[in-house]
Design a protein around this ligand. Structure first.
Ligand code: HEC
Ligand code: HEC
Ligand code: HEC
Length: 198
């Protein structure tokens, strides 16, 4: 009797095994897709957003002033600190800013207005729970604005769509955006090192 039972169990495991395995692989793929999905919609309030780890913006000083400010790294911190993005918060007090604010029906100080801060600081539009104590909005648009996402903890190289999140005229007019040319304008490459060529 005992040996008779073993045969159906063996057959069952042969049949069900691959099905269960495929299921596991597929559910893993679904998670990856959802991560991309929430990356495109960081403001949505779906369950997946709740489940994904929040990124805490630490600010440029903490992020890069040491590790990304030496010869090996191509002094990326100095380059970015002297680029227009670092001025993005400061320019919100200019006459032009006041004009843009008026046109956009923003009554408060543009440096306090979520409407303007959305694109003029890193993590603009997110609530305070996304910011570490070292974060300073005065630093403007910094490393983390392009290399991190509200729910993506790993660093990434931004694509055109990441720039267009801010480089669009939803609130005021601006220059048309040429991704390649503009990447050259803000270039901060690491110097090439001599690696073994195979
Ligand atoms: C959708 C993102 C976005 C929003 C919202 C936004 N800006 Fe801007 N702003 C930009 C970008 C990108 C630039 C750089 C544009 C360029 O030079 O092509 C810019 C440039 C500026 C400039 C400099 C323009 C110049 O030509 O010198 C001022 C001033 C300014 N914005 C003020 C404001 C004010 C005030 C608000 C709120 C009423 C605001 N912005 C809201 C993205 C935005
Ligand atoms: C406005 C968006 C933006 C900001 C702000 C920004 N980066 Fe980048 N970064 C890019 C883009 C785009 C590339 C890819 C450039 C390319 O491939 O031509 C890049 C590339 C890099 C690379 C890879 C370079 C290489 O040659 O391997 C590093 C490292 C890096 N950035 C670090 C930083 C640091 C550190 C800061 C802040 C001090 C910073 N980035 C700020 C957009 C940005
Ligand atoms: C978080 C919003 C934001 C993101 C993301 C962003 N920018 Fe900007 N960018 C701005 C703002 C705001 C200014 C205006 C700053 C100023 O005039 O002081 C600006 C200015 C610039 C300028 C100088 C003005 C001009 O048009 O010549 C360049 C070049 C530029 N951005 C390229 C890029 C590129 C390339 C990316 C993507 C890799 C990118 N930006 C991503 C907000 C952003």
């Amino acid at each position: 009797m005992k040996t008779n039972k073993k045969i159906p169990v063996f057959i069952l495991s042969v049949v069900l095994g691959p099905i269960i395995l495929t299921g596991l692989i597929q559910s893993n793929q679904i998670t990856l897709t959802d991560e991309r999905f929430t990356r495109l919609l960081p403001d949505s309030e779906g369950i997946f957003v709740q489940e994904i780890v929040k990124y805490h913006y630490i600010g440029m000083e903490k992020c890069a002033s040491v590790c990304h400010n030496n010869e090996k790294m191509g002094f990326q911190y100095d380059i970015m600190k002297n680029s227009p993005h670092s001025n993005a918060f400061k320019i919100l007090v200019t006459e032009k800013a006041v004009r843009y604010a008026k046109k956009a029906n923003v009554k408060e100080n543009p440096q306090e207005s979520p409407v303007c801060l959305k694109c003029h600081v890193t993590g603009g539009g997110l609530d305070s729970s996304f910011f570490a104590s070292t974060y300073r909005k005065e630093e403007g648009v910094t490393c983390e604005a392009c290399h991190k996402g509200a729910f993506i903890t790993k660093a990434f190289i931004p694509k055109e769509e990441d720039c267009l999140r801010c480089h669009n005229d939803s609130v005021h007019k601006m220059n048309s955006f040429d991704f390649r040319k503009n990447c050259v304008k803000i270039a901060h490459p690491r110097p090439k090192v001599n690696t073994k060529e195979t």
